[in-house]
Design a protein around this ligand. Structure first.
Ligand code: ATP
Length: 344
């Protein structure tokens, strides 16, 4: 049966980079059905700020009926009465507990760096649980909710990834000396899960030391899975992304048991929106990963290989990675190589 995915272009540079991704998938002859829906703060404003959510009901219905979705970047307005982030809402609703961000360098961009590891971020609780209490005009607290059940399903998915890709080391990032109860549960579950994967090495690094190690010697994490709770890994994976050369290169997936959401790691970058300047790589690679999830893995391999070739050749790359091409030219170059690779 044909698989179905909802595609939401989002805000800012979202429509440009998602159009790039759609073009590449179409030219590669994707067979899955794509359903286009609105999401984000721009459509919320256009509709008169009326809705309580950035996700219209019609979009939610389409998502309920799909196998996966692609979300372009969306702007989250940082005001207490504005709706909750689209990504956080969807991760919680569909229980997409693992946010996965592969970190891999490109030879041309970082000749002195050779990174290849993956960041796993628990994506349904922690400091993103959205539980904040205003105690008085001058004081508020945020709750860092950590549950054994949610830690376990998340950590197991990290171990399963390691097994699938033949990685030997798991690195758990905590601050267990201070957050004794919440990170205590997280670490205990790492140890419990390791018992089911006895060949896998497990180490613990405190978040402060981890930040330092990533700056001075990030190669030590090659071939390992880094795992942490929601906010710690949000920051650590962003730090790791910075080493790769541009946030425009970093793609991610949010996986649950029966649904997945694919997205670029970057935001809506309003300052460059509509100027044909945005790097489409992250969105194209996330789309290629979605193709694999939908059962079309030959497309994924062709697009990944084509994108690497375009970046390393540097004839048609965007300015954030040293080129002078626009979003559309870089996209077209990826299309040409991807089609060649599929024909072989
Ligand atoms: P959010 O909070 O939604 O993540 P943000 O403002 O923190 O958004 P981004 O929107 O990712 O972060 O932008 C951070 C910087 O990276 C900006 O200078 C932006 O122009 C740049 N940037 C983001 N995405 C791209 C891209 N695809 N290509 C080129 N530059 C980008």
């Amino acid at each position: 049966m044909t698989k179905k995915a909802v595609v939401m272009k989002g805000d800012g540079i979202g429509p440009e980079v998602v159009d790039s991704m759609l073009k590449v998938l179409k030219e590669c002859n994707l067979q899955s059905e794509l359903i286009h829906c609105e999401v984000g703060s721009e459509q919320w404003e256009r509709n008169g700020f009326k809705e309580k959510s950035y996700i219209p009901d019609k979009t939610m219905e389409a998502l309920d009926d799909a196998d996966a979705c692609f979300k372009g970047p969306t702007t989250t307005i940082p005001k207490p009465d504005a709706p909750k982030s689209v990504a956080v809402t969807l991760r919680q609703k569909f229980e997409l507990y693992s946010n996965i961000r592969p970190i891999k360098t490109f030879k041309r961009l970082t000749p002195n760096r050779n990174l290849d590891f993956v960041c796993f971020r628990e994506a349904t609780e922690g400091l993103y649980s959205g539980i904040e209490v205003q105690i008085s005009d001058d004081a508020a607290i945020a709750i860092r909710q950590i549950t054994r059940k949610n830690c376990r399903r998340f950590i197991l998915s990290g171990f399963q990834w390691a097994k699938k890709y033949n990685l030997k080391k798991m690195t758990g990032i905590t601050k267990r000396n201070i957050l004794k109860k919440t990170d205590g549960i997280f670490w205990e579950e790492l140890e419990n899960c390791q018992k089911e994967f006895p060949n896998m090495e497990l180490e613990e690094i405190y978040i402060d030391n981890m930040s330092q190690q990533l700056v001075i010697n990030p190669e030590q994490f090659n071939n390992s899975v880094l795992l942490s709770t929601n906010l710690f890994m949000d920051i650590i994976s962003e730090l790791a992304s910075g080493i790769v050369g541009s946030i425009g290169l970093i793609y991610s997936a949010n996986m649950g048991d029966s649904f997945a959401m694919f997205e670029a790691a970057h935001g809506s970058a309003p300052s460059i929106a509509g100027q044909n300047k945005a790097n489409p790589t992250a969105t194209i690679l996330a789309g290629a990963w979605m193709a694999e999830y939908l059962g079309e893995s030959d497309i994924k391999n062709a697009i990944f290989s084509a994108t690497e070739q375009v970046i390393n050749e540097n004839k048609a790359t965007t300015s954030d990675i040293g080129g002078s091409a626009g979003t559309t030219q870089m996209t077209d170059a990826i299309v040409v190589y991807a089609k060649q690779k599929l024909r072989r």
